[in-house]
Design a protein around this ligand. Structure first.
Ligand code: 6CS
Ligand code: FE
Length: 302
């Protein structure tokens, strides 16, 4: 007898358009007395799906992180973890940044980061994905609208929305250098997407995501209620956003590069199953298989 099929709460990569699905899990899993976030911040996260926390890392740490954008690729050479811009050889992302850089791992485990992630997800967490994103000046290309959870569910097998991202600015994030745009409140709805997952989709999707994006009609309808907000921040500021928040970024034609460190925390109670609409699970440098909970590191080490 074959094993009973796992019911999929959030089907996507479908043949035809399907109506939106209301989220069933909480957004905030921990309580106000379980971490640094006070009730207003928890409410903001719960209702809007994102939260800005200024001055999350010190200037010296920002500098150390920025130097990793040159150091890591020059030491690694040709490596799948280094993603380059389509039309040029400029570095776009460095994946598995917490493995390649102890500075990144120290930041992920620092007070004001790890304790926030644990509070939001209600217990121990590990890193599902990490990267340094570097959007070059003039020709840096953005990402079309998407929910990260849509990809992490279909291609990586994360069963529930119990995952949160922390994006730490390493440069100024201004309206004209391709900063992140979010649709507040969309994290409470799952938007199924049309189109089957191609084999080895990540080879394309990490440069330009075409599969796993909602239709323009769906996006237009969502934006009527949500509106669109920009993440505007200084180096060292952090943007926390829920795994299912609709977001994207425009191109950067300004003379100012935009870079950030992107940390994806997942609850240890939400480890991946078989991909819900993909083939092989994606490589470990994109979807981690080391579920060891992170433990705090003292601020003196960063
Ligand atoms: O593939 C990922 O894991 C992430 N990258 C993209 C372009 N979309 C989904 C998710 O944010
Ligand atoms: Fe994303």
């Amino acid at each position: 007898m074959s094993a009973p099929a796992i019911t999929d709460r959030y089907p996507s990569r479908l043949e035809a358009e399907q109506p939106p699905i209301l989220r069933s899990e909480p957004v905030v899993w921990g309580a106000a007395d379980e971490g640094p976030l006070a009730p207003p911040a928890l409410t903001q996260m719960s209702e809007q799906g994102f939260l800005i926390r200024p001055s999350t890392v010190y200037d010296a740490t920002v500098s150390a992180l920025r130097s990793e954008i040159d150091r890591v690729p020059s030491q690694l050479g040709d490596d799948p973890r280094i993603i380059r811009e389509a039309g040029s050889q400029e570095v776009r992302s460095i994946f598995e940044a917490h493995v390649l850089s102890s500075v990144v791992m120290d930041v992920a485990c620092s007070p004001g980061v790890l304790d926030v992630a644990e509070q939001l997800l209600g217990g121990p967490v590990y890193l599902h994905q990490s990267r340094i994103n570097a959007m070059p000046a003039f020709r840096g290309r953005g990402f079309y609208w998407h929910s990260d959870f849509e990809t992490w569910h279909t291609e990586d097998g994360l069963p529930q929305m119990r995952t949160v991202s922390c994006s730490i600015a390493l440069t100024v994030n201004v309206a004209y250098n391709g900063t992140l745009q979010v649709m507040p409140g969309t994290h409470r709805t799952f938007y199924p997407c049309v189109g089957a997952t191609p084999r080895d989709n990540h080879r394309k999707s990490l440069v330009e995501q075409e599969i796993g994006v909602p239709s323009t009609q769906t996006l237009a309808e969502a934006a009527v209620t949500s509106g669109i907000e920009l993440f505007l921040g200084q180096p060292g500021d952090a943007l926390w956003f829920d795994c299912n928040l609709m977001h994207g970024s425009g191109s950067n034609i300004s003379p100012y590069p935009r870079s950030n460190v992107f940390l994806v925390f997942n609850s240890v109670e939400n480890t991946p199953q078989k991909p819900f609409a993909g083939y092989e699970p994606r490589p470990e440098y994109i979807a981690a298989r080391d579920f060891t909970p992170l433990t705090p590191r003292s601020p003196s080490s960063i």
